[in-house]
Structure formats: structure tokens, C-alpha cells
Design a protein around this ligand. Structure first.
Ligand code: ADP
Ligand code: 5GP
Length: 196
């Protein structure tokens, strides 16, 4: 069969502060891909821009879009709703672009169920101290939110392992090495897909 011309759907998950945004930004460049912009009901953080980091919606607006079937997946995380708009993802993949979804485990599970061909990657911190340092260093969240995110991290990692959804667990120690490792994994999966 001829090589597929469609782009790959790539799910990147991991605990808050592990480096998902940083790594996805680099992957977009390396793959000439597209980063999906999610919708969320959480308040805009320091330095964030509506339409770039997220589409910041009220719960009513989010629920209306959900009822219209506009999300590829969605989940509630720490009391806020998050969802991936389906149309831009589909259009980019049809144009041959790889699409990166930076989403949590429940959403990753929905994507893997609907798109078994998706490449699923879970990022792990080198250790919990590094994770704490990264969340604090980012300077986006209040201390109470940081504590909540850290308490959640351990549970999330366990859930990710138990879910069986993630085919690749990658420790984000050295940033450049992590990015290269992920690019390698994606290219291997691309070759495997095009042979089927
Ligand atoms: P996430 O999107 O998973 O919440 P970020 O990408 O915002 O995480 O990264 C959190 C912080 O950690 C940022 O300040 C980022 O620059 C830093 N960071 C990311 N990857 C590494 C790494 N491999 N080594 C050291 N610091 C990192
Ligand atoms: P944050 O509030 O730190 O930006 O994101 C919190 C969590 O929600 C992170 O794990 C992030 O990956 C996840 N997330 C962001 N967008 C989406 C989305 O569209 N769907 C799902 N399921 N999770 C998302």
C-alpha cells in the first residue's frame, strides 16, 4: 500500500510542570506540526493569551459546545473543564500535518479509544523534587494551586500506568534528549503505520 499522506495524531500527557508545553513547542518545530489549542473553563493564568494558550470559556459556553459535539474529547480536571476542538484537528491531519494534543489522562484515554492509531506519550519527571522546582519556577500558579497540582501528580502517574493507554513513557530529564527521543518514537510509529 502507498505511504499514508495524513498527519499523525500525537497525545502528550504528564503531570503538571513536567514540561509538556515546553516539549510540545519544540515538537511543533521539529515536525512542522500543529499544536491543538484547547478550550477550558479555568481562569486565565499570568502571561496567558486567549486563543493562543487556550480558548477561555465560561462553563455555559463550554457546555453548549459539548452538546453540539464540537469536542474530540473532554475532561474535568481540578474542578475545570478542558476539551479539544475536533474540527481543527481533523482538518490539519487531512492536510498532512502532525497534530499534538497536550491533554490529561482521561482525555488521552478517549482519544486512544477513538483513534487507536494515535501515538500516546506520557512524560515523567526525573524525581518529585525536580517537578516541584519546575512548577514553582514557572511562576504561574499561586502556592495553594501548586500544592494541589503536586498532590495530584502522584495519582496521575499511577492512573496513566494503570490505564494501559500510553505506549511510551519518557523521563524528561535533559530537554534536548527528551525531544529527540520523542521525535524518534514518532518517526518509528509513522513508518510502522505506513507499512500497514
Ligand atoms: P507543563 O506544560 O507540563 O505544565 P512546562 O512546559 O510549563 O510544564 O514546564 C514547567 C517548567 O519546567 C518551565 O519553566 C520549563 O521551562 C521547565 N522545564 C521543562 N522541561 C525541563 C527540563 N527538561 N529540564 C529543566 N526544566 C525544564
Ligand atoms: P493547565 O491548567 O495546567 O493548563 O492544564 C491542566 C491539565 O489539563 C494538564 O494536564 C493539561 O494537559 C490538561 N489539558 C489541557 N487541555 C486539555 C484538553 O483539551 N483536554 C483534556 N482532557 N485535558 C487538557
Amino acid at each position: 500500500m502507498a505511504a499514508r499522506s495524513e498527519g499523525m495524531l500525537i497525545v502528550v500527557s504528564g503531570p503538571s510542570g513536567v514540561g509538556k508545553s515546553t516539549i510540545c513547542a519544540r515538537l511543533v518545530e521539529r515536525l512542522d506540526g500543529v499544536l491543538s489549542v484547547s478550550a477550558t473553563t479555568r481562569p486565565m493564568g499570568k502571561g496567558e493569551v486567549d486563543g493562543r494558550n487556550y480558548y477561555f470559556l465560561t462553563r455555559e459556553e463550554f457546555e453548549a459546545k459539548l452538546a453540539e459535539g464540537e469536542f474530540l474529547e473532554h475532561a474535568e480536571y481540578l474542578g475545570n473543564l478542558y476539551g479539544t476542538p475536533a474540527t481543527p484537528v481533523r482538518e490539519a491531519i487531512e492536510r498532512g500535518k502532525d497534530v499534538l494534543l497536550e491533554i490529561e489522562v482521561l482525555g488521552g484515554t478517549q482519544v486512544a479509544r477513538r483513534h487507536p492509531e494515535a501515538v500516546t506519550i506520557y512524560l515523567l519527571p526525573p524525581d518529585s523534587q525536580a517537578l516541584t522546582g519546575r512548577i514553582q519556577g514557572r511562576g504561574r500558579d499561586a502556592q495553594a494551586v501548586i500544592d494541589e497540582r503536586l498532590a495530584n501528580a502522584r495519582k496521575e502517574i499511577e492512573l496513566a500506568r494503570e490505564s494501559g493507554v500510553y505506549r511510551h513513557f519518557v523521563v524528561n530529564d535533559d530537554l534536548a534528549e527528551t525531544v529527540s527521543k520523542i521525535v524518534e518514537v514518532i518517526e518509528q510509529e509513522r513508518q510502522a503505520t505506513s507499512r500497514n
